[in-house]
Design a protein around this ligand. Structure first.
Ligand SMILES: *Cc1c(COP(=O)(O)O)cnc(C)c1O
Length: 320
């Protein structure tokens, strides 16, 4: 917002969950004229709606999530990128929980600014964010009048382009060393293998919870490899379930946010996870549901997950 916008710039923000809502709030805080496109949470953003909002009046940028972590839904950034390109509008994408978990092709999709973080699929310590900046976005930043200093991209670029590259300010070195270790692990496993592991773990989670008779929430589940949102069964409060799984088994699920509070709970499978993390989680879920009075066939969730793993081991790609 500081690097791209001037006060009063119109931005279009699809809001289909907590992080979309936050993006709109950040833009408002930075003086933008925010045109929200509101969806029911759990929906996928439709490129046609973005197109229509851009046709109403000129805009500087579209701000969207790739992975809306509050609902688990992966938005079709490629389709939105075609719309923003046609309209000659910047596309700014929060890829914080998608980068390293689901396929992402920033340049090919026409993303101008992609914003990633250290703490999600890379499983590094929280505290670092990084951005990719297209040529178009570099041009835009020269004209952007919003105040900025510490996070002024130009300062980082200047320092980086020195003969001996520098940081404009003292960097968070300890966090960067952690991020380096995380990236080494990521590249050792291999980018494709990491994605395949996320795909398989998410398939196992989905089949596991379905085998327990629970319903999943959200559109386009086939591409939701980062987070699975599950509807709490009738008569069971999702927040209580999350709390009990944590207290009794030390496994941390995520509660529903906003309008989904208590109605869904979320299972994160992005990051440095493997088969037995999923199996343990499903076993804990079975035991807890049973204790809360929801009838389960013991072992059915775990069995469904094992069935997925028997077809293809997530680490097999690494071994091949
Ligand atoms: C985690 C996350 C963020 C960062 O939010 P924090 O409150 O700083 O953790 C931003 N966007 C998305 C989509 C996220 O999943």
């Amino acid at each position: 917002m500081a690097n791209l916008l001037s006060p009063g710039d119109r931005v279009v923000v699809p809001v289909a969950g907590y992080f979309g809502d936050r993006f709109a709030k950040i833009a408002t805080a930075f003086g933008a004229d925010v045109r929200r496109i509101d969806y029911e949470w759990g929906s996928a953003v439709r490129a046609e709606d973005v197109d229509a909002a851009l046709a109403e009046a000129p805009a500087k940028a579209v701000l969207a999530q790739h992975s809306e972590t509050s609902t688990g839904v992966i938005h079709d950034i490629e389709a939105i990128g075609k719309v923003t390109k046609k309209a000659d509008v910047l596309l700014v994408v929060d890829v914080i929980s998608s980068l390293g978990a689901v396929p992402y092709e920033g340049d090919a999709w026409g993303v101008d600014v992609g914003i990633g973080g250290s703490q999600k699929a890379f499983s590094a310590t929280p505290g670092l964010a990084f951005v990719s900046v297209s040529d178009r976005a570099w041009e835009a930043t020269k004209k952007a009048k919003n105040p900025r200093f510490y996070f002024d991209w130009a300062l980082y670029k200047q320092a980086y382009e020195l003969k001996s590259p520098e940081n404009p300010f003292t960097p968070a070195i300890s966090l960067m060393l952690g991020m380096r270790a995380a990236l080494r692990r990521y590249f050792d496993e291999g980018q494709e293998a990491v994605l395949e592991r996320h795909r398989i773990l998410s398939a196992a989670v989905k089949d596991g919870v379905r085998a327990l008779g629970l319903d999943l929430s959200g559109e386009h589940l086939e591409r939701a490899w980062a987070v699975t949102a599950v509807r709490a069964p009738e008569g069971i409060d999702g927040d209580e379930l999350v709390a009990k799984v944590r207290t009794d088994h030390g496994i941390i699920l995520a509660p529903g946010q906003g309008p989904m509070k208590g109605k869904v709970f979320r299972i994160g499978h992005l990051g440095n996870y493997d088969r037995f993390d999923i199996i343990r989680c499903l076993a804990a879920l079975e035991l807890t549901l049973e204790e809360m009075g929801y009838p389960v066939k013991r072992g059915s969730g775990v069995a469904a997950a094992e069935q997925v793993f028997a077809q293809r081991s997530p680490r097999a790609t690494l071994a091949e």
